[in-house]
Design a protein around this ligand. Structure first.
Ligand code: PGA
Length: 246
């Protein structure tokens, strides 16, 4: 059975005091059967990892190299030494602004899993591809290449996030039906690459302008196991409402 997950991606927002105060208040949210994850800026992870509470920590990025002379980078091993449990990989902002390829994303996934960190693997198509009806093909390619050579048990330690690029930060949300169609397609692809049991155990999150006004409808869909939330995760109230909308 897939578990319910709501993850907040704070991106490059919030100064230290704002982030600490939001983290402390999100840490008090008490949703019984929903796993709550937040991904603050990496420089806050060391401090936040000392505050025990309800919330699990994710990094927003990791190096595709193990260690060494890579100025400015943060390794999977370093994240592991801070007890960071998750890391977002393959986000469309990294794919488009930092030219991250499926191959590089795949290297990051392997390093994370070798260091006991669960990747939140993002996939999503751009508007042009959806308009041309290519969305399934694009997602299938991202899954095949991004998840390459992962064993079944490694894959079971991943969370998949479907984030149509045209819905991220734009206020446009995929309809609940569009989300369900794609999530079910993702399960079919995983089922072909692995098996049905693995596909049904995976948590697949929806991301892209998910907010309190649409989360209940999205989460009610059979194959939508939660959300990866950007803008609406920056306020405790809206993040909490989304968590409560299961
Ligand atoms: P958004 O971002 O909720 O602000 O659209 C989602 C994401 O990028 O993960």
């Amino acid at each position: 059975m897939s578990r319910k997950v709501v993850a907040g991606n704070w991106k490059m927002n919030l100064n230290y005091n704002e982030a600490l105060s939001l983290f402390n208040s999100v840490n008090t949210i008490s949703a019984k059967d929903v796993e709550i994850i937040v991904a603050p800026a990496s420089i806050y992870l060391a401090e936040f990892s000392k505050c025990s509470g309800r919330v699990k920590l994710a990094a927003q990025n990791v190096s595709n190299f193990k260690s060494g002379a890579y100025t400015g980078e943060i390794s999977a091993q370093m994240l592991n030494s801070l007890n960071v449990e998750y890391c977002i990989v393959g986000h469309s902002e990294r794919r488009s602004y930092y030219n991250e390829t499926d191959q590089l994303i795949n290297q990051k996934l392997h390093l994370l899993l070798e260091n006991n960190i669960s990747p939140i693997f993002c996939c999503g198509e751009i508007l042009k591809d959806r308009e041309k009806g290519l969305h399934n093909t694009i997602i299938e390619q991202q899954l095949k290449h991004g998840l390459q050579d992962l064993t079944k048990s490694q894959l079971l330690n991943c969370i998949i996030a479907y984030e149509p690029v045209w819905a991220i930060g734009t206020g446009l949300t995929a309809t609940a039906e569009q989300a369900q169609q794609m999530h079910s397609f993702i399960r079919d692809v995983i089922s072909q690459l692995y098996d049905l049991e693995t596909a049904s155990s995976l948590s697949i999150l929806y991301g892209g302008s998910c907010k309190p006004s649409n989360s209940a409808e999205l989460f009610a869909k059979k194959d939508v196991n939660g959300g990866l939330i950007g803008g609406a995760a920056l306020k405790k109230e809206t993040f909490n409402e989304i968590i409560d909308s299961f």
